[in-house]
Design a protein around this ligand. Structure first.
Ligand SMILES: C[S@@+](CC[C@H](N)C(=O)[O-])C[C@H]1O[C@@H](n2cnc3c(N)ncnc32)[C@H](O)[C@@H]1O
Length: 205
């Protein structure tokens, strides 16, 4: 129940943020390039952007011919469609809840999770779905804010999280706790800025 309410709240607030989102998020271009570079999706592979937002990742996926993008906020996807048209990239874009993907098992070779695991209300449900829809041997690119595994958040982070969560995102989730509910292997993990506050990771099924 809390998840449904929280998901509705996300839809509402990201629809509200959509016109301004690119101004805030375009500063992450280098991290997107790096993360998608590690993922290295091939032109013929099926790629899923989950919590795709306005499609800022599409700039780095222009070679890919089978891109599916889902997001809970229709206004974000409206911008994604415009971006895709400008780039000449074909994208199947659908409003969908990342906790319950309407795709068969083993549908995708690669999944991009950029700035979504810290936002989606139940990241463990989301990653289970990612594992389900990923083909064996498929990869997941993660870029987000995480607390180091096994670390307790210091006071400033716990206090700051009250505001961060209300406005946009949780800053105290641990990638290890999220991935632990799956069989996905973390094959790469690197500092992506602010002394490890942002991280890029590559997972494999
Ligand atoms: C911080 S934005 C990141 C957008 C994009 N991935 C990027 O890197 O710019 C988080 C996105 O997650 C989406 N989102 C939140 N909850 C979701 C859910 N339950 N299912 C799908 N998308 C969701 C929001 O609508 C928003 O577009």
């Amino acid at each position: 129940m809390w998840r449904d309410w929280s998901t509705r709240f996300n839809r509402w607030r990201y629809d509200l943020y959509a016109p301004l989102y690119d101004k805030v998020a375009q500063g992450f271009a280098a991290a997107r390039r790096r993360s998608i570079g590690l993922l290295n999706p091939q032109p013929n592979e099926q790629v899923l952007l989950l919590g795709a937002g306005t499609g800022l990742d599409l700039d780095f996926l222009v070679r890919c011919r089978h891109i599916t993008a889902i997001d809970i906020a229709p206004a974000m996807l409206a911008q994604l469609r415009e971006r895709a048209a400008k780039l000449g990239v074909e994208v199947r874009a659908e409003v969908m809840d990342g906790h319950q993907l309407a795709f068969p098992d083993a549908s995708f070779d690669a999944v991009v999770l950029h700035l979504v695991l810290a936002v989606i209300p139940d990241p463990q449900a989301c990653i289970r779905e990612v594992e389900r829809v990923l083909k064996p041997g498929g990869h997941v690119a993660v870029f987000d804010k995480f607390l180091a595994d096994r670390k307790r958040a210091p006071l400033w982070r716990r206090a700051g999280n009250l505001l961060a969560r209300a406005v946009a995102t949780d800053i105290n989730r641990r990638l290890g706790d999220i991935v632990a509910v799956t069989q996905l292997q973390r094959i790469h993990d690197e500092d992506a800025g602010l002394g490890g506050f942002f991280r890029i990771a590559l997972l494999r099924k």
